[in-house]
Ligand binder design. Structure first.
Ligand SMILES: [Zn+2]
Length: 323
């Protein structure tokens, strides 16, 4: 993907374009913003344009092909080794950056998930940022800039990235995945402007499994203890996607609230469940919906703090059915 074919983030593209054409490049950049919105693609396009033999990131010259195949000797990727980016990794990088470039006009390093730098690693990196080797560029990527050392942040040129607008993502999904407009709108809304979420394994969850999950949840009633526990069982096994499932439940209750307040239908997430929503709108109250949403929020809070998952889910479902 060349700079120009990257989707969205026009302002960021312009800034980087200008830096390239004026040769006013920073030694270090910090690309910050939500996961999955294209920060890494943008960083790669930027570096590719620097290394390209035609100066554009043409994607056909030998240098561009090497970048695309992940085997350009002057680009170094750094990601967490296990849970953290360790000081040894930064030392190895420093060693590498002190050598002359092998093929290109500089040496480049992408540190993906910079929030995983250990304290030691961050302090070591700080030295490199304070005294940059000529001809080197470091790009840090993170979704949690506030967790980085302030001294690291201030040494970098910061470039914030936003979520993609829902409609832009939906249009892209129609093209890329050959989805219908309604499906694309649902998927875009649930993915919250993240490419990665929309194009990844969540697609099946968001498009197909969602119906069944919402049906099961809606069918539970205050007295139905066994179905409630069975559903808690089922949810407990969802290791990777539990928070996305909570998002789905939240979207459903939020849609009902919007409907009750006569908001325009385009504002709803579950565009393909309008019939169920219209039907349920009459049998629920605003107060009950707000309590259900609170139960979801509180479960999320506890689950993020690694409490007993099973218990958190049972309590959540009981509060939802009682509301
Ligand atoms: Zn090229």
């Amino acid at each position: 993907m060349t700079f120009d074919t990257l989707i969205g983030h026009r302002q960021q593209k312009n800034i980087l374009h200008r830096a390239l054409s004026s040769q006013h490049l920073a030694h270090a950049y910090l690309f910050e913003g939500p996961d999955g919105v294209g920060k890494k693609m943008m960083a790669l396009a930027f570096v590719r344009a620097r290394l390209c033999e035609n100066g554009t990131g043409c994607e056909t010259c030998p240098a561009c092909l090497k970048v695309n195949n992940d085997n350009h000797p002057d680009i170094h990727f750094l990601t967490a080794d296990g849970a953290a980016i360790k000081i040894e990794q930064i030392r190895a990088l420093q060693q590498e950056l002190s050598l002359r470039p092998l093929e290109g006009n500089g040496k480049f390093c992408l540190i993906d998930g910079a929030e995983h730098l250990t304290n030691g690693a961050a302090n070591a990196l700080l030295k490199t940022l304070e005294e940059p080797q000529p001809g080197t560029m470091i790009i840090l990527l993170t979704s949690q800039p506030e967790t980085l050392l302030p001294t690291i942040r201030s040494r970098c040129q910061r470039l914030p990235f936003m979520r993609l607008p829902k409609q832009q993502l939906a249009n892209l999904l129609v093209q890329k995945l050959d989805l219908g407009d309604t499906e694309a709108t649902v998927l875009a809304a649930l993915s919250e402007g993240s490419f990665k979420k929309a194009l990844g394994p969540n697609r099946e969850l968001f498009l197909e499994k969602r119906h069944k999950l919402i049906q099961t949840l809606s069918a539970l009633s205050a007295g139905s203890t066994i179905p409630t526990f069975t559903f808690a069982d089922e949810l407990e096994t969802e290791k990777e996607t539990l928070f996305d499932i909570l998002d789905i439940f939240q979207s459903f209750y939020r849609d009902l609230l919007l409907l009750k307040h006569n908001r325009p239908l385009e504002e709803l997430v579950n565009q393909d469940l309008l019939e169920i929503l219209q039907h349920q709108k009459h049998s629920t109250t605003t107060a009950s919906l707000l309590t259900k949403l609170k139960a979801l929020e509180s479960a999320r809070f506890h689950l993020q703090r690694n409490v007993n998952r099973r218990l958190a889910l049972e309590v959540m479902l009981m509060r939802i059915t009682a509301a």
